[in-house]
Design a protein around this ligand. Structure first.
Ligand SMILES: *[C@@H]1O[C@H](CO)[C@@H](O)[C@H](O)[C@H]1NC(C)=O
Ligand SMILES: *[C@@H]1O[C@H](CO)[C@@H](O)[C@H](O)[C@H]1NC(C)=O
Ligand SMILES: *[C@@H]1O[C@H](CO)[C@@H](O)[C@H](O)[C@H]1NC(C)=O
Ligand SMILES: *[C@@H]1O[C@H](CO)[C@@H](O)[C@H](O)[C@H]1NC(C)=O
Length: 403
């Protein structure tokens, strides 16, 4: 008995010693988030926080630093978070998947939207200098590459490193085909459609057409344009021998799909290189900053409504009458209003307006009665997590399936 025990003990010790170097090894990790959209950066903070605290050498190129990291093995490269839609004569208001027309005819607009976002992000002088001149070595690259960031896969070639890819959406045939999925319209509903996985005959026909259209658009228009962006921006020693963008995407080691099939109730099959990771960014709410705390316990003590439509679409994109209609409608509610709005509005003391609010901490506050949201994937998951009643304004680029 006791020999048995000591053998077990020794095995344990040997195993521990043998594997110790593995556990104590620190890897060099690049987080590449040049797309200056807040909601597409903050969700990764939890992960990067953990990587830094476990001692990995993390370089983060992003628009927002980690909340509290002040250690020598964390390097932050700041890119300013501006995305001036007007500069490209671009109006996100024109993107709509709301109408039947929108489902099928606006696909090109979505391609152009992504190409615009990607080119703008890479044209930033800081990002450009990093892409061309940085000569460090990395063991792993973490980025958001299959949402308006396909060009960033070139980094895998530059650093000869594997990629972990965040994907903030549901099923999209063209991307899943590259991941090695068996793309079949009877198994998976394109995220554009508000269908469940129990499609009617008519819905099935729409899904077949939508799937084929997505595949054709990706191959004939989108990826060739992405290739051009890569050719003009990713210039570094050895870039001549870079494989085409399709093989680089196919070679992505792991995709973390920010989708939760259980919460959203729509199932689809995935290959082993795709993991459902919806809700990775969720965390218990934290206490509010003093000014907000005063408001929610003052005018908001009987409850408040939080109004926030995400980061891309701003009230300045709307005609004035839309904002006025919001003022009129919100003024009639028997609650205080906290409103994320970037234009001047003439409202009573019952309102608190500002360009940014700590959304999760507000949603987690017990006085929050209602969330008026655009229904983006992170907001949708937060709504479920904090148990707040949502009212969803379907505006654009939305996976109606997650609602
Ligand atoms: C980070 O650490 C340095 C050196 O220890 C210190 O001078 C600096 O104030 C710290 N910054 C923050 C934001 O805590
Ligand atoms: C990580 O960073 C620290 C501090 O900058 C450095 O001393 C160490 O060599 C780095 N480790 C690796 C694996 O690059
Ligand atoms: C695929 O990734 C592996 C591991 O990072 C790398 O060694 C290989 O060269 C890549 N192949 C292509 C075609 O990019
Ligand atoms: C703001 O609204 C109040 C009450 O509706 C009105 O009396 C006031 O003139 C308005 N101010 C401006 C600058 O429009």
């Amino acid at each position: 008995m006791s020999t048995n025990l000591s053998i077990k003990l020794i095995t344990c010790l040997v195993t521990a010693v043998a594997f110790f170097p593995c556990y104590s090894q620190s890897f060099r990790i690049l987080g590449f988030f040049p797309t200056p959209i807040y909601s597409h950066q903050v969700p990764f903070f939890n992960l990067f926080d953990q990587l830094v605290s476990k001692g990995h050498n993390v370089t983060l190129l992003a628009g927002f630093p980690l909340p509290q990291s002040n250690v020598s093995h964390y390097k932050y490269i700041h890119v300013p978070p501006v995305l001036d839609m007007k500069a490209g004569n671009f109006n996100p208001r024109t993107l709509s998947w709301l109408s039947f027309r929108g489902y099928f005819l606006d696909v090109r607009k979505h391609s152009d939207f992504c190409l615009y976002v990607m080119s703008r992000a890479l044209a930033n002088p800081i990002t450009r200098a990093f892409v061309r001149l940085d000569n460090s070595n990395f063991d792993l690259i973490i980025s958001e590459m299959t949402f308006c960031g396909e060009a960033y896969v070139a980094l895998a070639h530059k650093y000869n490193a594997p990629i972990i890819n965040f994907m903030p959406m549901g099923y999209q045939a063209a991307k899943f085909l590259l991941f090695g999925d068996l793309v079949h319209p009877s198994l998976a509903v394109d995220q554009r459609f508000a269908f469940t996985d129990q499609m009617s005959w008519f819905q099935y026909v729409c899904n077949v057409v939508g799937t084929v259209q997505d595949l054709v658009e990706e191959r004939n228009y989108y990826l060739p344009k992405v290739e051009q962006v890569i050719k003009s921006e990713f210039i570094y020693p050895g870039s001549d021998s870079r494989p085409p963008v399709e093989s680089l995407i196919t070679n992505i080691s792991l995709t973390l799909l920010e989708y939760d099939p259980v919460k959203f109730g729509i199932l689809f099959p995935v290959t082993p290189n795709v993991l459902f990771s919806g809700g990775l960014h969720l965390r218990p709410s934290r206490p509010l900053p003093p000014q907000l705390d005063k408001f929610v316990n003052g005018p908001g003590k009987n409850g408040f409504v939080f109004v926030a439509l995400g980061t891309i679409l701003q009230f300045s994109h709307f005609e004035r009458y839309v904002t006025d209609a919001f003022v009129q409608a919100l003024s009639q509610l028997p609650y205080a209003i906290i409103w994320k709005v970037n234009v001047k509005v003439n409202v009573s003391d019952n309102f608190l307006t500002g360009e940014w609010f700590p959304q999760e901490d507000l949603l987690g506050h017990p006085n929050c009665k209602l969330f008026l949201t655009h229904g983006g994937i992170h907001s949708a998951m937060e709504t479920i997590y904090y148990g707040v009643v949502p009212v969803i304004l379907l505006l654009f680029l939305l996976r109606s399936s997650q609602l």
